[in-house]
Design a protein around this ligand. Structure first.
Ligand code: SF4
Length: 275
């Protein structure tokens, strides 16, 4: 492993993890972007982010969860998958990706260690992204059917991908405290999007719960008893000013679901149509 490796699209050399503001395609941060190192700082920096681009920048440099910072950076330096050993690893939280003026949100779980944690873009660099972006392309949300690496030209229209937890967790399992620490970033994403938000797609039960929790904290009406997650489940959430936002559930696009046939392309197309 060398001190720097070439970016797979631009060829520019980067160390791993990638320092903010050094030319990585789509990096929303600058060297002076403020860094949250505690849960209270996450709350303050999320609340004061003026727009989606400032929010994304602050998310992408966050260091508030020590276990996740250690994990994401150790994967980036010494834990790379052999097939990607000659690539730089982003090694930072995954910022949201997509249309800043979206009226639809996709809520995911957390970055994958060799996917988003390598490429710096949500659902990019592993098989789950192949499934998701192909479906988004069929549904007219994505400009191309695959997402290979930041800088590949992919654009989303009308949709934005956010996450419950923004750092890759060991075994894809964030702790309760880590989910709570990261929640203010999602809350602010929801708040900034709220004036035009039409619907949300939750990928998996954890994302479903995170979306419901964020909606409650925004003061929205959430039906009781709590709507149950399932593939194709729907819940109508009502904003404080009386608008209905539809929450739709989908099995996660993880390989455990797509390889086994639990989630098919037709099932994914169906839930995207309901947005
Ligand atoms: S999981 Fe969220 S709150 Fe924790 S370090 Fe990553 S971005 Fe920050």
């Amino acid at each position: 492993m060398s001190a720097t490796d070439p970016h797979p699209v631009t060829g520019q050399p980067f160390p791993s993890p990638v320092p903010p503001g050094t030319g990585w395609p789509g990096d929303p941060a600058e060297p002076e972007t403020p860094v949250a190192t505690t849960a209270p700082q996450v709350i303050r920096l999320a609340r004061t982010a003026l727009d989606v681009s400032e929010l994304d920048a602050r998310i992408s440099v966050c260091r508030a969860c020590p276990r996740l910072v250690d994990w994401r950076e150790s994967v980036a330096v010494t834990g790379r998958r052999a097939s990607f050993a000659d690539q730089p690893y982003w090694g930072r939280p995954g910022p949201s990706f997509g249309d800043p003026d979206a009226d639809v949100l996709i809520v995911g779980l957390a970055p994958a260690a060799n996917g988003t944690n390598r490429t710096g873009r949500m659902f990019t660099g592993d098989r789950s992204g192949d499934w998701l972006y192909a479906a988004l392309h069929r549904a007219g949300f994505a400009s191309q059917p695959s997402s290979v690496a930041a800088g590949d030209g992919l654009e989303l229209t009308g949709i934005r991908i956010v996450a419950t937890v923004r750092c890759a967790p060991p075994e894809n399992k964030p702790t309760t405290v880590e989910k709570a620490t990261c929640a203010p970033w999602l809350d602010r994403d929801l708040e900034l999007c709220e004036p035009r938000l039409r619907s949300m797609l939750a990928l998996g039960g954890i994302a479903w719960d995170a979306a419901l929790g964020a909606a409650r904290r925004r003061g929205w009406h959430v039906p009781r008893p709590k709507p149950r997650f399932g593939h194709g489940a729907e819940a109508d959430l009502t904003t404080a000013d009386g608008r209905v936002v539809r929450l739709v559930g989908s099995y996660h696009v993880s390989q455990q679901n797509t390889f086994t046939g639990r989630l098919t392309e037709a099932m994914l197309d169906d839930v995207l149509r309901r947005l």
